[in-house]
Design a protein around this ligand. Structure first.
Ligand SMILES: Nc1ncnc2c1ncn2[C@@H]1O[C@H](COP(=O)(O)OP(=O)(O)OP(=O)(O)O)[C@@H](O)[C@H]1O
Ligand SMILES: [Mg+2]
Length: 445
């Protein structure tokens, strides 16, 4: 039964209030009664741990006005409206404003109980989702590791949160170093399986026979549990799924089918999109691809989210500076421009490497980031040092500005006054710029 979920009953007629309250209490709900909309509004706010049942016709503020107020406070709050017999237009209007459902008088108690059950379970899901998101944006946990405010990055975070709550198998594909493995960790951490096993295995590192034994057994006395067993109830991540031998792909498919839905163990298959210029779709069995790709995450390449480059660079170099016990290097405008223009075939991993080497260089007092980028390009040979197409000046200026505000805010632990001072910005301009770049003071406190 819905413990701790409340039902707020709003009705000016005392008899009606009490009988509704009694019916619902009998069904195991915890109820609270209010004689007026005004009273109810004092107790029911955003994140109210329950649902509202309200009469429409009341003296003073009526049910429709109450509904509107509640929707403006928390638009996901389920509100059940009780309408007079034949009040169809009212009921329609209430639904339009956002009522969860309505009951026409006279109604039978079972109908009310059914509706209350649906509404409270809906409410519980909303609140659980909110709590989770809050916890994650609070900074604890893996999601905080996903740096970047570009639209692509925001979408990746949303995808991870959404899929974390879904129950199917997941395909993660994308270029090397874009954060696929990190996304798999985050996906597990935000899912209902968070407390259970997380097992990660590459399909590229072992020969077929060893891989078969490792994945499916048979279990030998004193040996290790086969991975499909060991991961039971948790998440099994198979990296380089495209390298899995065809026979094993077939066995994996059988295992997936035997699990049914919802799957007890979630499979997360990872593939590197660049394998011989093909995509995972071209390489694995179509039926396996089909079972895996319903839920798919594709972390974007770094060059598709230029806004994040300088922010990531600043974060990485601060972290390495910390590790090596020195100051993070300050970027010249030229270096910033070079970072923004580099093609980043190795994506975030490459950026992190460059940041580490830049920190070491600056500790020694030699070298520039530009030269690091050049030597990287020489090693990979495949790509020119800089992308040939330029970017509009505005993009450079904005990326630079964003990074400056971000790192100054961090240095001053969110002290607006200190940042205004250092950057010689009036408060209003600083506020506007922070809003523009999606920076929030609370993230720096
Ligand atoms: N959004 C991000 N913010 C900060 N760091 C990130 C982000 N995405 C990835 N990283 C870091 O970049 C590095 C590469 O990430 P990861 O290993 O997950 O990439 P990958 O796509 O799995 O690479 P590969 O294809 O080589 O397996 C890791 O150090 C990871 O922590
Ligand atoms: Mg990886």
């Amino acid at each position: 039964m819905p413990q701790s979920m409340k039902i707020a009953i709003v009705d000016d007629e005392q008899d009606m209030r009490q009988s509704i309250s009694q019916w619902l209490a009998l069904s195991g709900f915890q109820t609270e009664t209010f004689g007026s909309a005004e009273d109810a509004l004092k107790s029911v706010g955003a994140d109210f741990p329950g649902v509202v049942v309200s009469d429409i016709r009341m003296p003073g503020m009526d049910g429709m006005a109450l509904l509107k107020r509640l929707m403006s406070v928390d638009k996901a709050l389920p509100v059940i409206m009780i309408t007079g017999h034949g009040d169809v237009p009212m009921a329609v209007e209430a639904m339009r404003i956002g009522a969860f459902d309505f009951l026409e008088k006279p109604f039978n108690p079972d109908q009310m109980t059914e509706l209350a059950k649906r509404a409270t379970s809906n409410r519980r899901m909303t609140l659980d989702g909110r709590a989770l998101r809050r916890e994650l944006s609070d900074g604890t946990g893996l999601m905080k590791k996903l740096v970047g405010n570009s639209p692509a990055m925001e979408r990746l975070r949303e995808d991870i949160l959404d899929l974390g709550q879904a129950d199917g198998h997941v395909l993660i594909d994308g270029e090397t170093g874009t954060g696929k493995t990190l996304a798999a960790h985050a996906l597990h951490a935000v899912s209902g399986r968070a407390g259970k096993k997380f097992i990660l295995q590459s399909c590229a590192s072992l020969d077929e026979e060893t891989m078969a034994r490792k994945l499916f057994g048979p279990f030998e006395e004193g040996g290790e549990l086969p991975l499909v067993e060991a991961a039971r109830g948790g998440t099994l991540v198979l990296e380089d799924i495209d390298a899995l031998a065809p026979a094993l792909q077939a066995r994996l498919l059988t295992w997936i089918n035997e699990q049914g839905t919802p799957a007890e163990t979630r499979l997360v298959a990872i593939s590197n999109l660049q394998v011989q210029g093909k995509t995972v779709e071209d390489v694995i069995r179509p039926d396996l691809f089909f079972r895996l790709s319903a839920l798919r995450i594709t972390p974007p390449p770094l060059r598709a989210r230029g806004e994040d480059i300088l922010t990531l660079f600043a974060r990485f170099s601060e972290r390495f500076a910390d590790e090596y016990g020195c100051e993070a290097p300050e970027l010249t405008a030229q270096e910033a421009a070079d970072l923004l223009q580099a093609p980043w075939p190795g994506n975030i991993r490459q950026l992190s490497n460059i940041a580490e080497r830049a920190v070491l260089q600056s500790r020694r007092g030699t070298g520039t980031i530009t030269s690091l980028l050049m030597s990287d390009a020489d090693e990979t040979q495949a790509t020119p040092t800089m992308t040939t197409e330029g970017k509009p000046l505005k993009e450079y200026v904005e990326a630079f500005e964003r990074m400056l505000i971000d790192s100054t805010m961090r240095r001053h632990r969110g002290s607006i006054v200190a940042v205004m001072d250092e950057l010689c910005l009036p408060r209003r301009t600083l506020n506007e710029k922070m809003a523009k770049y999606g920076l929030q003071r609370s993230d720096y406190l």
